[in-house]
Design a protein around this ligand. Structure first.
Ligand code: SAM
Length: 414
């Protein structure tokens, strides 16, 4: 993994060959196993803390159903990453709005899914929980959490408490607060577990996901959502969700095809960090000194030396694009103009259209997240009419920004 400095000079960065600091596997403990005794013992823990099935086999022998939650519009990217990372033993059964349901044996590699927001071992998948009564019945009758709790008990200590996290969209069974109250009551009664204090996450975190009438119930596999990144030691205003950054990186360059990434509006460096973790060379610039300081701290946490690829730069200046002319892949998140004011949107789109249109004419590729895709595409086409653009609208922070993809067009016929 390397950062490269403007002008193409390579600078030191050590190769990354382990998990992100802080994202390593916590060993299961005897205390953890003792505290939960109501399970089915489908899984137990080996002395080194890895999950072992009741037949004694590791990994894929006992399969379970999992739900991977993803940003709306990026579910197919998450499904592809699940297939790539887990191999043929993982069978993606269905890709739904914001969720991918798959069957697999538990594998430590699941911690490394970078485009997935959260991962649960599924206890129930019910299409008809459309009323408060049906929701309660589904939890009471169908949601057998014991096997799921058995598995997470092999991963971390249990203390007899549980929490509930609800995501509800257009749910006829009630609002999130009502669903949370019902779920807490049913689970406490059925499993003899104690609810954790409000707004705290217990070792057993039950995930309830409702979209209209369909209900997924599971137990969060890992102690923190997969959106958590240990490298993010400094946040800055408008930081991108890391799973979206990881998806944009994958969309720009499929896994296993190393490229030179540059983010000209890098903010706190989320896109360069995800690109570096995917094996690419990286550079990032931003006009704000505070953002650059944040990005340098974050990149140094990914791997010492990577911060050398981050510097101050005005993306509206042709000189900045020139200094990064060796980057073949531009992935960026344009300022939306809400949290971070921008002087002139017209100037911004003209400069970005010019830079990307020219770069793609030389064989480069780009992925840009913007709330004004049509304006961006028009600016790129003015410079490079042959560029092929494609748009993917996602759901983020209650808005619907678009990832614009830009690739070279077919060469003109002679
Ligand atoms: C949406 S934020 C990027 C967030 C980033 N992806 C992250 O995860 O932190 C947009 C960034 O553009 C920067 N910016 C605004 N105008 C700029 C300019 N003319 N040149 C370079 N950066 C600029 C802002 O300072 C801000 O950090």
């Amino acid at each position: 993994m390397t950062a490269y400095a403007a002008g193409g000079e390579r600078v030191g960065g050590r190769s990354y060959d382990g998990p992100v600091p802080g994202c390593g596997a916590p060993a299961g403990t005897d205390a953890g196993r003792r505290a939960w005794t109501g399970g089915h013992s489908v899984y137990a823990a080996s002395p080194d803390g890895t999950a072992v099935t009741s037949s004694g086999a590791r990994g894929t022998a006992a399969t379970a159903r999992f739900a991977a939650f993803a940003v709306k519009g990026l579910e197919d990217v998450a499904a592809a990453e699940i297939r790539d990372l887990l191999g043929p033993t993982a069978v993606v059964e269905e890709t739904r709005t914001k969720a991918v349901v798959f069957r697999a044996g538990y594998a430590e590699a699941m911690r490394d899914l970078r485009t997935v927001d959260d991962l649960c071992i599924l206890a129930a998948d019910v299409p008809t929980a459309g009323s408060p009564g049906e929701f309660r019945d589904a939890l009471a009758a169908h949601a057998d959490l014991a096997a799921a709790i058995d598995l997470v008990a092999t991963l971390r200590p249990m203390d007899g408490t549980f929490s509930v996290t609800v995501s509800a969209a257009r749910a006829a069974a009630g609002n999130a607060k009502e669903l949370l109250a019902t779920a807490t009551e049913v689970i406490a009664g059925r499993y003899g577990l104690r609810p954790s204090p409000p707004d705290t996450r217990a070792p057993i975190d039950v995930r309830i996901f409702v979209d209209r009438s369909y209900l997924l119930v599971g137990v969060r596999l890992f102690e923190a959502p997969l959106t958590h990144r240990a490298y993010r030691v400094v946040d800055s205003m408008g930081s991108l969700r890391p799973t979206v950054a990881a998806a944009m990186v994958r969309l720009a360059r499929p896994a296993g095809t190393p490229a030179r990434f540059w983010d000209p509006f890098c903010g706190s460096g989320t896109i360069p960090a995800e690109a570096a973790l995917a094996g690419h060379e990286i550079a990032g610039t931003d006009i704000s000194a505070d953002a650059v300081a944040a990005a340098r701290a974050n990149l140094a946490t990914v791997a010492p030396g990577l911060e050398a690829g981050i510097g101050i730069g005005d993306a509206l200046s042709p000189g900045t694009w020139h200094r990064h002319s060796d980057a073949d892949t531009i992935v960026t998140n344009l300022p939306w103009g809400k949290q971070i004011p921008i002087a002139s949107r017209a100037t911004l789109f003209t400069a970005v259209g010019q830079g990307i249109g020219a770069r793609v004419a030389r064989g480069g590729r780009a992925r840009i997240l913007t709330v004004e895709p049509d304006r961006l595409i028009a600016a790129i086409r003015r410079v490079n009419p042959a560029a092929v653009t494609h748009s993917r609208t996602i759901g983020l922070l209650g808005q619907a920004p678009t990832i614009v993809g830009v690739t070279p067009g077919a060469p003109a016929p002679r």
